[in-house]
Design a protein around this ligand. Structure first.
Ligand code: COA
Length: 260
């Protein structure tokens, strides 16, 4: 895979995607969103990749938002298309991947950057990270799912305040809000992400994919998450991973999941 705006490496079943436009604080332009879509799709389909970590290049930013220069002269229909296409290609796409995706927030995560982090399955941050949805300061609203995912993660009142003020919060506050799960010194962020990823990797990839689907279902209007859980639970009984997991337990050995 040849990309201009992102870097990919695979190390020990962990795929790392680095958004690589540090001079523009890794802002998400159209090309980067398309490349991210292709990279997430390829890593999700790669049976040797069991966890994906996404981070930003440099020590200043995860992603400082959608590329403002690119949409500054858009019309109403172009604006709606930008949000719709972006949600489809990247934000909804990442949220619904079967492979776990961890956001390693290594600096500014603003606008589309925080929205990307929120579309990931969970978030870890370095102690210098700053998070916010400043769109109203530009005369727009979050368009990549921010008005929906932020209240789900931190509660409606806090999300209202963050979105109306357009202000940034630091890692301590993000931790207390439950927006991030853990905070680390910057040089520890990726090693600690890999450490958590290596624990996930011990478990059944098929079961993890189904757990992601069932958890997400509870947040889809009209979908009954409990029913999705029941169906997915039942499906697990037909998998090789289930046979291996239960046999390994009964035989008092470590499971070696085939991922099928
Ligand atoms: N879109 C396009 N370019 C961006 C960008 C964005 N979202 N965020 C930063 N950049 C660019 C800057 O224009 C600048 O480019 P230049 O060197 O060619 O002028 C470069 O990245 C460095 O940013 P700069 O503003 O000089 O860094 P700073 O340390 O002074 O400020 C921020 C950092 C994050 C506070 C500031 O860049 C910022 O407010 N960015 C926009 C955040 C935002 O509103 N995001 C939501 C978009 S919907």
């Amino acid at each position: 895979m040849n990309f201009e705006n992102i870097l990919i490496e695979v190390d020990d079943a962990i795929g790392i995607i680095t958004i690589n436009r540090p001079k523009k604080l890794n802002a998400l332009n159209k090309a980067t969103i398309q490349e991210l879509h292709e990279a997430f799709k390829a890593l999700n389909e790669d049976e040797d990749v069991l966890v994906i970590i996404v981070t930003g290049a440099g020590d200043k930013a995860f992603v400082a938002g959608a590329d403002i220069a690119e949409f500054a002269d858009f019309s109403t229909s172009e604006g709606a298309k930008l949000a719709g296409k972006g949600q489809e290609l990247l934000f909804d796409f990442v949220e619904n991947l079967e492979t776990p995706v961890i956001a390693a927030i290594n600096g500014f995560a603003l606008g589309g950057g925080l929205e990307l982090a929120m579309a990931c399955h969970f978030r870890l941050a370095s102690d210098n990270a700053r998070m916010g949805l400043p769109e109203v300061s530009l005369g727009v609203i979050p368009g990549y799912g921010g008005t929906q995912r932020l209240p789900r993660l931190i509660g409606k009142g806090r999300a209202m305040e963050m979105i109306m003020t357009g202000g940034m919060i630091g890692t301590e506050q993000a931790l207390s809000y439950g927006l991030i799960n853990h905070m680390f010194a910057q040089e520890q962020l990726l090693p600690q992400c890999k450490k958590i990823a290596s624990r996930i990797i011990q478990n059944s990839p098929v079961a993890i994919g189904k757990a992601i689907k069932a958890i997400n279902a509870g947040f889809i209007p009209g979908e009954n998450g409990f029913n999705v859980e029941i169906m997915s639970f039942g499906e697990c009984f037909g998998t090789e991973d289930f046979k291996e997991g239960t046999s390994a337990f009964l035989e008092k050995r470590k499971a070696d999941f085939p991922g099928k």
